[in-house]
Design a protein around this ligand. Sequence first.
Ligand SMILES: Nc1ncnc2c1ncn2[C@@H]1O[C@H](COP(=O)(O)OP(=O)(O)OP(=O)(O)O)[C@@H](O)[C@H]1O
Ligand SMILES: [Mg+2]
Length: 238
Amino acid sequence: MLSGQNIRKTYGAFVALGGVSISVEGGKILGVAGPNGAGKTTLFDVLMGRVKPDSGTVMLDGVDVTRQGAFRRARRGLARTFQAPLVPTSLTVGETLEVARTAYSPRIDKADEAALRALTNFTAPDSKLAGSLDTLDRRKLLLCSVLLHKPKVLLLDEPCSGLLSDEIKEIETIIRRLVDETGMAACVVEHRLEILEALAGQVLVLDAGDEIALGSPHDVFQDPKVREAYFEAPGAAA
Ligand SMILES: Nc1ncnc2c1ncn2[C@@H]1O[C@H](COP(=O)(O)OP(=O)(O)OP(=O)(O)O)[C@@H](O)[C@H]1O
Ligand SMILES: [Mg+2]
């Protein structure tokens, strides 16, 4: 459904991505892990068309979108949420969703918005200011906003960041249900093994802009290269 091949991105002499490949299929969840600065967010930025790679190819639903901007990729079914859950603070929940819903096609009918809110368990009232929501509801509002366009692929950058353990469980359940019930593909950036084990069939691990492991969550976190990247000393305890 979405793939990137040999994605390279440099900033001057600094190599943010050294030639990374990634692929995710409909109905599947791929985890993307790696220490701070590994290149996870940069990879999402390249996949969504926000950052132009030096080289490499991005394919979305069978089409080469490497030269297409973020807006065109979004219309083709690519959605992305960001690490920081930034919401329009002066708009209400209802206004935010209406702006998101009417931004571009395809979009779901107003009547189907309620079903989407139920699927994401987003119960904040329409009249509430988005800026007054807690982190969990902000993340749900932003997730709902991108889901209003019936995406085929969802890129979620640290969707559990800043949440408590019960809230993390809830987000895990929502992501699982979305993928199982709609058949969309999802890519989730996450550091924590227990969350990746709950969510992802496979995990791609990056370190300093390169792939260092790809496999099941359990296997990649046993990999000495991954342990070294995370804990610096090979063989250090998790
Ligand atoms: N616009 C930019 N100019 C220069 N360097 C950048 C730019 N964007 C990212 N980088 C660098 O690229 C590297 C990868 O950054 P990136 O944000 O992709 O890491 P990450 O894996 O998402 O890290 P984190 O876990 O902290 O979110 C970092 O060293 C970062 O400082
Ligand atoms: Mg990041």
